[in-house]
Write a protein that binds this ligand. Structure first.
Ligand code: HEC
Length: 187
């Protein structure tokens, strides 16, 4: 009886926990189908050449996109809008929130987070529904993504290098104490 109750309790806790998780990260299996909307323009090809999803070359390869630096696929000619985002956030990477916001409507995203508020995105595709699922699918093919890539911080901009959890070990202490450089000891 006790065991039964415990099991039932554990199951109900799982049932409670699962939707919250699913809501945040999405359903990768459903996202695989959603990716059909992307593949005309984007392949997913592993570094060893394996085609995970064969796709077009209008947009950059999306293998490992989560945790990857914005606009960093070698040889791909990015537009000025996304290059402005890269300039405004040196070393900034794609996290779940940024990617979700970007695919929802790329042009306003590059306007908000880049250097030119009237720039256009070269990606002429918007996704009104199921963004979380496609992002979950891409996360499955981002083996090097840091663990905190799916952490919600309410910021739709690029993840800053060394920000949040990454600061613990990966990032050198970059930020000098306020005033350290600006105010040399007067003597
Ligand atoms: C009609 C073609 C097209 C479709 C469809 C499309 N994209 Fe794109 N995508 C592009 C182009 C072109 C760029 C480069 C944007 C730029 O340079 O401004 C891009 C850029 C991106 C980037 C930035 C990559 C980087 O290296 O920083 C991501 C992420 C992305 N697309 C995800 C998606 C996802 C996910 C879908 C499907 C939901 C999708 N795209 C559908 C054309 C497309």
């Amino acid at each position: 009886m006790t065991i039964k109750l415990t099991t039932a309790f554990a199951a109900s806790m799982l049932a409670l926990a699962a939707p919250a998780f699913a809501q945040e990260v999405g359903d990768a299996a459903a996202g695989m189908k959603e990716y059909n909307k992307c593949k005309a323009c984007h392949m997913i090809q592993a570094p060893d050449g394996e085609d995970i999803v064969k796709g077009g070359r209008t947009g950059p390869n999306l293998y490992g996109v989560l945790g990857r630096e914005i606009a960093s696929v070698e040889g791909f000619k990015y537009g000025d809008g996304i290059l402005g985002v890269k300039e405004a956030h040196p070393g900034g990477t794609w996290d779940v929130e940024a990617l979700t916001a970007y695919i929802t409507d790329p042009t306003p995203w590059v306007d908000e987070h880049g250097t030119d508020p009237s720039a256009k995105s070269k990606m002429t595709f918007k996704m009104a529904r199921n963004q979380a699922d496609v992002v979950a699918f891409l996360l499955e093919h981002s083996p090097d993504a840091p663990a905190n890539v799916a952490e919600a911080d309410g910021d739709t901009g690029p993840a800053e290098p060394g920000g949040d959890a990454a600061a613990a070990d990966a990032a050198p202490a970059e930020a000098a104490p306020a005033g350290a450089a600006a105010a040399p000891a007067a003597n």
